[in-house]
Design a protein around this ligand. Sequence first.
Ligand code: PBG
Length: 306
Amino acid sequence: MDKSSLIYPLFVKEGTGIEEEIPSMEGQFRYSVDRLPFELERLQNAGVNSIMLFGIPDHKDEVGSGAYDPNGIVQKALREAKKQFPDMYYITDVCMCEYTSHGHCGVLCGHDVNNDATLELLAKTAVSHVEAGADMVAPSDMMDGRVRAIREALDANGHYGAPIMSYAVKYASAFYGPFRDAAGSAPSFGDRKSYQMDFRTHDQGLDEIAADIEEGADWTMVKPAMPYLDMIARGVEKFPNIPMVAYQVSGEYSMLKAAAKLGYLDESRVAFESLIAIKRAGAQYIITYYAKEIIEKAEEWNIKIG
Ligand code: PBG
C-alpha cells in the first residue's frame, strides 16, 4: 500500500470558523471554507494528495439547486482550496441528496425519482465543479445514463480532459448510515432501492461497469468495499484496463472505530488489514476515512506505507 493510492473524503459546509466533529464518525470533521485550508495543510504534510469533496449546503430545495449553483458550497470550497493548494488532486462527489429537501439523489415525480429529468441537473453540477477547479468528478447518484450525460456536457463546455470516476457498483447499503448523519442526506421518505443496486444480485454490478465504461467512465468504483470484495475482484478480472477504486464507506470506518474504542479490536491491526484486503482484491485506489490517520500513525501502528 502506498500513500498515492489513498483518497480522503472531506465534508465542507457553509459558515465560518467551523471545524466540528461528526458524532457517528469519530475523528472526521465538517469544515467551513475558511477552515478547510488548515486541514488541507495537515493532509499535504502527511502525504495525502487526493481528496473527495462532499458539500453540506445551508439551503435545500425540491430540485437541489445548491448542487449546481456556481456559488454553491463545493464550488466555493474548490476555488479557495485550489488557490491555496494547487497540487492537491480534487475529486468531487456529484449527487443531489445533500441538496434536495426530500433527501433523494434526484428530482421527484410524485414519490418516485425521475431518472431522466435528473440527468440534466447532474450534468450541470459536474460542469460547475470542473469550472470551479475539480480535477475529476465522481457521480454517486446511480441514475441510469448519468455518465453519458455528464461526459456530453463536459465536452460541450470544452472540458474534454476532465475525467469521470463512476460509482458504478454501488449498493443500496445500510453501511452509509453514518455518512447520512454527517451530510444530513437521509431520504425523508422511502429508500434508495429504485436507483441503488440490490445487494442480493450476483452479476448486475458487472453490467453496471460495462455500461458506465461504454458511456465514458474513466475510473470505476465498488462501494461499500469490504462486504463486496468479490465484486472488486470480479470487476478487475473482467475489466483489467480501467482503474478500480473501492470506497471503504462510513459504516465500515465507524464499525472499526467503535469496536476499537470498546477495546474489542486492535484498531491499528484491523484498519491495516481491512485496507490490505481491499488492495488484495484488486483495488488500485481506496477512498477511506482512515487515509490521514493511517499515514500519520504509521510508525506508532508499525505499518509500512510507501
Ligand atoms: C451520495 C453519497 C453517499 C455516500 C457517498 N455519496 C450516501 C448515499 O448514497 O446514501 C456514502 C459514503 C459513505 O457512507 O461513506 N449519494
